[in-house]
Design a protein around this ligand. Sequence first.
Ligand code: PLP
Length: 415
Amino acid sequence: MGIFATRESSVRSYCRSWPAVFDRAAGSWLYDTSGRAYLDFFAGAGALNYGHNNPALKAALLDYLAGDRVIHSLDMHTVAKREFLTTFDELILGPRQLDYRVQFPGPGGANAVEAALKLARKATGRTQVITFTNAFHGMTLGALSVTGGSFHRGGAGLPLTHATPMPFDRALDGPMADFAWLEYLLDNRGSGLNDPAAVIVETVQGEGGIRVARPEWLRELAALCQRHGILLIVDDVQMGCGRTGPFFSFETAGIQPDMVCLSKSIGGFGLPMALTLIRPDLDIWQPGEHNGTFRGVNPAFVTGTAALRSYWRDDKLERSTRAAGQRVSAALAALAESVPGTAIRTRGRGLAHCLAFANGELAGKVCTAAFERGLLVETAGPDGEAVKLMPPLTVTDAELDQGLALLADAVRSVC
Ligand SMILES: Cc1ncc(COP(=O)(O)O)c(C=O)c1O
């Protein structure tokens, strides 16, 4: 492992939590060079909803590669992109009666967020963006400006401006009405708040420690945006593509955001792809005004299309995700209750769950103990206090039970 320590930047992080050299992967499993198997309940932070090397997706990719088809194409028309857009239209947007223009803003989630923020400002002529406590939207400067965590914000090297944080759902634990402060600022000409261009929100905060917004809170947020002419951006980079059950995480609330950011599992196979979905009348970009070299990674179009065709023709995956989520939720609640003397809370929706400990030290120790037992889980939350569970959506019940048992053993060894 010497080359990593001597040559790779000190910014590396996941490899510090999981000190192994991984080589092969299949479904919910990763294997290191010694052949040791690890159950992957991190799933590329949501980039591997369909598991590692999913056979249906791999077959489509191998076929594409074998045919010497176009790999890199900037934003030129290709057959792979046409099939992706047609399939996305047919299986995702159409059945949900959603009408969005699709922008390919660059390969990662932060690219999707940057494009949404830029377009919201361009379309409204306003600069301010409302964000929420514990939000995470990525590491580029615009995305970082709407991200809450002080550790990551500190890495910016310059002031992060034009973003106003507000309490996320239940952040104040109910002592005041959820939007009382925001409404007060918006309604009061003397409040000092510049008219916001947009609100950006995650329906379930992933990096923020699996904090789940209630559907009624999201509906109230959407109504407030409408009343004040503020654009609503849902960042579905981590919770989209079925992570919480439905394809879009906001479907549960029945809201229609003005823009949606998607990445991670939209490429299906762990290949880079991101989308910014835009209400058609807001698509006022000049050609090339938001540009980038990697906006057309055709292998990702191919595996993304195969994923949609394999898993989103019906509601089978959505139903199995909800059922698996209930299994995880019940197991975590029982585990939390069974550990005397340590207050552990559980949160989650679909297949995004966490055990929230009193502090980050405990959670970190649990993740280390889990790794020693062959389970990959990571911490999340402002103090790293939550142990986050995000297995692939294709995980089997037996794998779920096995992972939950390893986690229980890890918790008991620490607490
Ligand atoms: C909600 C959310 N938005 C944006 C991002 C940034 O995505 P990327 O790391 O691909 O830039 C992430 C990454 O975890 C995320 O969880």
